[in-house]
Design a protein around this ligand. Structure first.
Ligand code: AMP
Length: 551
C-alpha cells in the first residue's frame, strides 16, 4: 500500500525558491574579483539565476548539457549554479589549480558547451583555448566595464549575457535522479575521474550535512565557505546557506590570512570551512598581529587531517569550536564529522583534543566499515586499521562515462555494493573513525604499517615548522622507512635533532623517521593537500643514512 502524501521531487531549484520565499532579504556578500565588496540578497540571486537559465536556453542549452565554471566563490558563481542546475543542465565546476592541460582534458571529457570564467583565469584559458573541443563560447564573470581584451572566441561579459532577460524561466519538473553537478577528482595517478551528482543526492547530502551535530547552520548564522565551490560542492555550503537562510560571505580570490580575517570580522562570520592550509595562514596572521576573533563560533576543517597545533589554537587560544570533517569528492563530500558524544564532551581538555583529532562519526545516511585486503570485516576497537569502505545515497556508484569501472555493469563498487575510499582507518567502539593514511601513502616497514599523517601532524607542532610531510623511502632491511620532510616557517630554523627530540615520546619508537630533511617549499596539489607523488619523485634517488648502514 502506498502512502497518500504529495509528490515532491528533491530538485535543487527548490532550495533557492525556498530562500526567496523565507529569507528574501538575507544577504550574500562577495569580495569581488574586481576588488570591491558587493552585496546582494537571496531574492536578487534567485532572480538573476532565473535570468541565467533564460540566457542558457537562448543558447540552446537543454537538460543534460554540461555547463562549466572556472570561478572563485561569489554570488555570480552561485547564480550560475542554480541557473544551470535549476533547468536540469549539469553544472561542471572545474578546479583552476589543475595544470592547464588537465583543465583542457577535463573540459573535453565532460563535453562542456559553455564556460563561465572569472577574470583571474582568462589568461589560463586563452593558452589552452585551441585544445577545448566542445566549448562554444566563454562568459567572463564580470561587467562590460571590466571586460579584458581577449582572444577567447565568442567571449561575452556575464552582465551582458543576462541583461534584459526575464526572470520567468521554469525550473524543476524533472526526475530527482537527474544529474545536477559534475566534479572531477584530482587523481594523483591516471586521468581525473568525474563524479556525477544528482539533484536527489545533493539535496539529501545538504540536509544531513546540516544536522545540529554537523554544521548546524541556522538563519542567525553568518557563514563563509572558504572551501571553493569547485572543491566537492564547497562541502554543501552553497546549498546549506539558502536552505537555512543564513547570511553568506563569499571570499572570492583572496584567501590569505589578512583577507580572510578581515571578512570574518567585518561581516560577523559565525561559521566557516576550509582545508588546514588556509587556517595555518589565518592563525599565523592572528599571532603576528595580535588579533582576536570576535564573532567566529565554529570552523569546519577537512580535506586533510587537522594538525593538533591548529586544533588547539582555535579551541584554546581563540575559543572557536573545531568541527573536523572527513570526506571525498565521491561522497558529495562529507562522510564523518568530529562532534563529540555528550559523554566525551564532558571530558578534560586533553582527552577532548585527542578525540577531536579523529575524523569523527558518520553523518546520517553514511554506512562505514573497515576490512582487510580480503574483504573481511575488522573490529571497531580503535586500534585495528584497514581499508575504509562506505555506502549511502550521496556516495558515487560509478564515475562519469564509467571510467574506473570495477564491475561489468560499469560501477566502481565492491561486490557487496560498498565504495572503497582508498583510505586506511580505525573505528573505535563509540563510532569515531580515524584516518591512518591514504592506502598508497602508508609506510610499510617490516610488515607493519606506519601512519604518515600521524607523524606529520605531530611534527607540525615542533618549533619553526611551517609544513611537514612524511614519505616512505626504500630500505634494504625494512622495505620502507619514513623520511620526514620539513618546510621551515619564515624566520624558523628547525634542526633534525630538535624535531626528532620533539617527536620522542609522542610516537612509537619504531615510527621515528630515519632522516629529516629541510626543503624550501613542500609541493601542494590542486586542492591544497600535500602532493606526495611530487615528493616521492623529488626524493626517488634519496638514500637514507640507515639504508647505507644496513647494507
Ligand atoms: P578529495 O576528493 O580531493 O576531497 O580527497 C579526498 C581524500 O582527502 C580522502 O579520501 C582522504 O584521503 C583525504 N581527507 C579528506 N578529509 C580528511 C581528513 N579530515 N583527514 C584526513 N584525510 C582527509
Amino acid at each position: 500500500m502506498l502512502g497518500s502524501m504529495q509528490d515532491w521531487a528533491m530538485t535543487l531549484d527548490k532550495i533557492l525558491d525556498y530562500s526567496k520565499a523565507a529569507s528574501p532579504h538575507r544577504e550574500i556578500v562577495t569580495r569581488s574579483v574586481e576588488g570591491p565588496i558587493v552585496r546582494t540578497t537571496y531574492a536578487e540571486v534567485w532572480s538573476r539565476a532565473k535570468q541565467v537559465t533564460h540566457a542558457l536556453q537562448e543558447r540552446g542549452i537543454v537538460t543534460g548539457d554540461r555547463v562549466a565554471t572556472l570561478a572563485w566563490n561569489s554570488a555570480r558563481h552561485m547564480e550560475v549554479w542554480y541557473g544551470a542546475m535549476g533547468m536540469g543542465a549539469v553544472l561542471h565546476t572545474i578546479n583552476p589549480r589543475l595544470f592547464p592541460e588537465q583543465i583542457a582534458w577535463i573540459a573535453n571529457h565532460a563535453g562542456d558547451r559553455l564556460l563561465f570564467v572569472d577574470l583571474t583565469f582568462v589568461p589560463i584559458i586563452e593558452k589552452i583555448a585551441d585544445q577545448l573541443q566542445t566549448i562554444e563560447s566563454f562568459i567572463i564573470l564580470t561587467d562590460r566595464a571590466h571586460m579584458p581584451q581577449t582572444t577567447l572566441r565568442n567571449a561575452v561579459a556575464y552582465e551582458d549575457f543576462i541583461a534584459g532577460r526575464p526572470d520567468a524561466a521554469r525550473w524543476g519538473g524533472f526526475d530527482e535522479n537527474t544529474a545536477a553537478g559534475l566534479c572531477y577528482t584530482s587523481g594523483t595517478t591516471g586521468n581525473p575521474k568525474g563524479v556525477l551528482y544528482s539533484h536527489r543526492s545533493n539535496m539529501l547530502h545538504a540536509l544531513t550535512a546540516n544536522q545540529p551535530d554537523c554544521f548546524g547552520v541556522k538563519s542567525s548564522d553568518v557563514i563563509m565557505p572558504v572551501v571553493p565551490m569547485f572543491h566537492a560542492n564547497a562541502w554543501a555550503i552553497a546549498f546549506v546557506g539558502p536552505m537555512a537562510g543564513a547570511k553568506l560571505v563569499m571570499p572570492g580570490a583572496k584567501l590569505d590570512g589578512q583577507s580572510v580575517y578581515e571578512l570574518l570580522e567585518e561581516e560577523g562570520v559565525t561559521f566557516t570551512a576550509a582545508v588546514p592550509t588556509v587556517w595555518l595562514m589565518l592563525l599565523q596572521f592572528l599571532r603576528d598581529n595580535g588579533k582576536k576573533l570576535s564573532t567566529l563560533k565554529r570552523v569546519a576543517i577537512g580535506g586533510s587531517a587537522v594538525p593538533e597545533a591548529v586544533l588547539r589554537a582555535f579551541e584554546v587560544d581563540y575559543g572557536v569550536d573545531v568541527i573536523h570533517a572527513w570526506g571525498m569528492t565521491e561522497m558529495s563530500p562529507i562522510g564523518t564529522l568530529g562532534a563529540l558524544t555528550p559523554e566525551d564532551s564532558r571530558k578534560g581538555i586533553d582527552e577532548r583534543m585527542r578525540l577531536k583529532l579523529k575524523q569523527g562519526r558518520p553523518i546520517f545516511t553514511v554506512d562505514m566499515k573497515i576490512t582487510d585486503d580480503d574483504g573481511k570485516e575488522l573490529p571497531h576497537d580503535g586500534t585495528t586499521f584497514g581499508r575504509l569502505l562506505v555506502r549511502g545515497p550521496a556516495v558515487a556508484k560509478a564515475y562519469f562515462r564509467n571510467d574506473g569501472a570495477r564491475r561489468a555493469d560499469g560501477t566502481a563498487l565492491e561486490a557487496d555494493g560498498f565504495f572503497d575510499t582508498g583510505d586506511v582507518a580505525t573505528i573505535d567502539p563509540a563510532g569515531y573513525m580515524q584516518i591512518t593514511d591514504r592506502a598508497k601513502d602508508v609506510i610499510k616497514s617490516g610488515g607493519e604499517w606506519i601512519s604518515s599523517i600521524e607523524i606529520e601532524n605531530i611534527a607540525l607542532g615542533a618549533e619553526g615548522v611551517a609544513c611537514a610531510a612524511v614519505i616512505g623511502v626504500l630500505h634494504p632491511k625494512w622495505d620502507e622507512r619514513p623520511l620526514l620532510i620539513i618546510e621551515p616557517a619564515a624566520g624558523g630554523q628547525p634542526t633534525k635533532e630538535a624535531v626528532l627530540a620533539y617527536l620522542d615520546g609522542k610516537i612509537a619508537k619504531w615510527w621515528t623517521p630515519d632522516d629529516v630533511v629541510m626543503v624550501e617549499k613542500i609541493p601542494l596539489g590542486a586542492t591544497g593537500k600535500i602532493n606526495k607523488l611530487a615528493l616521492r619523485e623529488m626524493f626517488k634517488d634519496y638514500r637514507l643514512p640507515t639504508a647505507q648502514a644496513a647494507e
